[in-house]
Design a protein around this ligand. Structure first.
Ligand code: CA
Length: 626
């Protein structure tokens, strides 16, 4: 009997002990993964994660640093530590101590000195931004193409859904090519780790993260691109060449393979629905005075796809997490600007807080969102606007989708009252809604659209007209990789069709279009046209930063001027099928005092500008001469 009692007691103790062992708290990670001394905002909130990390009592002892507050959520694996770092704090290793009874854990946390690299320099209308999907541009290091330990361990340039091996080194190998073209800034699709499995999206479609928009760990740059160290090096090399770096942010959602999706800190970390609800993608409910709250909620809280959990930015810990990550990235990688993905789907009050935090720390930084909207009025809700909306966005810039559509329509449609080149004129007239239209980022196409050349029916004359408008009208032009060598395609059967490898960037490529010798005659003609105009633009302040004056189109002829006190550039488009003799009397307001002109593309001088001969389907760029 006694023996049996002893056994039971022993079993009970063992059970208690195993319980205690399972409950032993530990710290697996602290985000942000480091911070800096000497930031303008002295506060930072650390997310501490590990089994029962939330049951510990935290303290720290470091000169100039105070633990203001420890917060817990309903998930015992998280604690949030609010730190205040005084101006006198020195760089070094801070010890964070967590205690539970007799159990003590100590973790070191690095406070770095800020580097001398310039951060948040911004991009402006003197820049030409070149958009690259890094996996598909050039492979400079075959040793990082794939890792067996990753969820998608394969790489194959023949498979549209798999990694192709492109990386930062590959881009660095071609900076001379980009600079020759006239590019001054690079925007890469997101570089953050997408360690996710291939997922079946439909009978013949897969969802894959080769493009970078499916984050799985905010604090890791994907090692297949070169990792955090490779990205720091990449940024340094760009800056050495006088080029700028734009990072692509995603605040709206994460991959369902993200580490914190598997164990979220709080039930309201994500926007959950009783049954799966997709975003409506309709932005109107946010500004429509007649809209319903339920329509607003579906746009904002509906999921982008079933694989992309929608983040609830009204949770203050999550909001802090995302904002601090943006600042951490800007500081760590010396970023100059941010493009913000799926902007219109975010909680707009959160976005204002996030934008303001970046602008406070980096006053010159440029931020521009992706809000797909067809009309300037709708778009202006998501950027600094002159419209008296009840909610005022503080975002400095946005991608200009209405102008993109107008350029395409101007090339596809015949001239009419509100068709053809009238679409360009009418769209720019609506610039009245924007606080500063010069901060809008313009484009002909991008990684989510049918490629420009295909949209305009492979017409090379139209190609040059659209390129001319993009590089001479107002705003900050962005250029999608490969459009300069006439890469084309529709998004059929998948987006990968418009994200093909740049020929010459990958081992075994039959052609190398990074060199003039590798391009055919037509491709060289296209490359040379863009190069000529982009470099003229770069060196002509009147063109990139001057005022715009446009005249309403007549008979398919559309004329505008870019000018400052030193120079006047006239852009005269004949969108018709016939050569035109344009009497310029109507434009006296801008042409008075000028007697001739130089054709910027052909370098020919024109001695008389009273009447201008414009060939059919041509946009002339003329620098006016006294
Ligand atoms: Ca590689």
């Amino acid at each position: 009997m006694k023996k049996r009692y002893t056994f039971l007691l022993f079993s009970f103790l063992l059970l208690r002990l195993s319980h205690v062992v399972a409950q032993t708290p530990s710290i697996q990670r602290i985000d942000p993964s480091n911070w800096w001394v000497g930031m303008k905002n002295p506060n930072v909130q650390l997310l501490v994660y590990g089994p029962n990390a939330g049951t510990l009592t935290y303290s720290l002892n470091y000169p100039g640093v105070k633990l203001l507050k420890t917060s817990k959520t309903e998930n015992p694996n998280y604690a949030f530590l609010d730190l205040s770092i005084s101006a006198s704090a020195r760089p070094g290793s801070l010890k964070i101590t967590g205690k539970s009874g007799n159990h003590t854990i100590t973790r070191s946390y690095e406070l770095k000195a800020r580097t001398k690299e310039i951060k948040g320099a911004g991009v402006n209308s003197s820049d030409l931004i070149y958009l690259i999907m890094p996996d598909r541009f050039a492979n400079g290091d075959v040793s990082n193409d794939k890792f067996t330990t990753m969820a998608d361990p394969d790489a194959d340039t023949k498979n549209p859904y798999l990694r192709h091996g492109g990386d930062f080194k590959g881009i660095l190998n071609h900076l001379d090519y980009l600079q020759e073209l006239g590019v001054t800034a690079l925007w890469l699709t997101p570089v953050i780790e997408n360690d996710e499995k291939l997922k079946k999206e439909g009978p013949d479609r897969m969802q894959a993260g080769y493009h970078g928009y499916h984050f799985t760990d905010h604090y890791l740059v994907d090692r297949r691109l070169g990792g955090n160290e490779g990205y720091i090096e990449f940024s340094k090399e760009l800056h050495k060449k006088g080029m700028k770096l734009v990072q692509d942010a995603v605040y709206n959602h994460i991959s369902d393979d993200h580490w914190f999706y598997k164990d979220p800190p709080a039930k309201d970390w994500l926007n959950n629905w009783p049954s799966y609800t997709n975003s409506s993608h309709k932005e109107q409910p946010l500004y429509d005075p007649h809209s319903s709250q339920s329509d607003q909620k579906v746009l904002l809280d509906g999921w982008f796809t079933p694989f992309l959990p929608d983040l609830n930015q009204r949770n203050s810990y999550l909001a802090n997490y995302l904002i601090q990550h943006a600042i951490w990235s800007t500081e760590m990688f010396s970023l100059d600007a941010w493009r913000i993905d799926t902007y219109k789907y975010n909680d707009q009050a959160f976005m204002n807080r996030c934008n303001q935090a970046l602008l406070n720390e980096y006053p010159e930084i440029h931020l521009f969102g992706e809000s797909v909207a067809s009309q300037p009025l709708g778009l202006s809700y998501f950027v600094k606007s002159k419209v008296e909306f009840p909610f005022k966005s503080n975002l400095p810039g946005t991608l200009d989708f209405p102008l993109n559509y107008a350029i395409n329509d101007a090339l596809k449609q015949n001239f009419g009252w509100d068709q053809g080149v009238s679409r360009l004129y009418l769209t720019l007239a609506e610039d009245v809604v924007y606080a500063d239209p010069m901060k809008l980022v313009t484009s002909l196409d991008n990684h989510d659209m049918d490629r420009y050349l295909s949209v305009i029916g492979d017409d090379f004359e139209k190609y040059k007209m659209g390129v001319t408008w993009l590089l001479t009208t107002r705003g900050i032009p962005s250029w999608y990789y490969g459009t300069e060598i006439l890469m084309k395609n529709f998004k059929d059967p998948s987006d990968a069709e418009v994200r093909k490898d740049f020929p010459g960037g990958f081992a075994g490529d039959k052609e190398n279009k990074f060199t003039a010798g590798g391009r055919n005659k037509k491709e060289n003609e296209a490359f040379d046209y863009v190069k000529k105009l982009a470099n003229y633009r770069k060196n002509t302040p009147a063109l990139h930063s001057g005022k715009l004056m446009q005249y309403y189109p007549e008979n398919g002829i559309y004329v505008y001027f870019k000018y400052d006190k030193n120079k006047t550039v006239m852009v005269a488009t004949n969108s018709t099928d016939k050569e035109a003799d344009l009497n310029t009397t109507r434009f006296a307001e801008r042409m008075n005092g000028f007697s001739g002109a130089r054709n910027v593309i052909s370098n020919e001088n024109i001695n008389s500008i009273g009447t201008l001969k414009i060939p059919s389907k041509t946009a002339l760029v003329l620098e006016l001469l006294k």
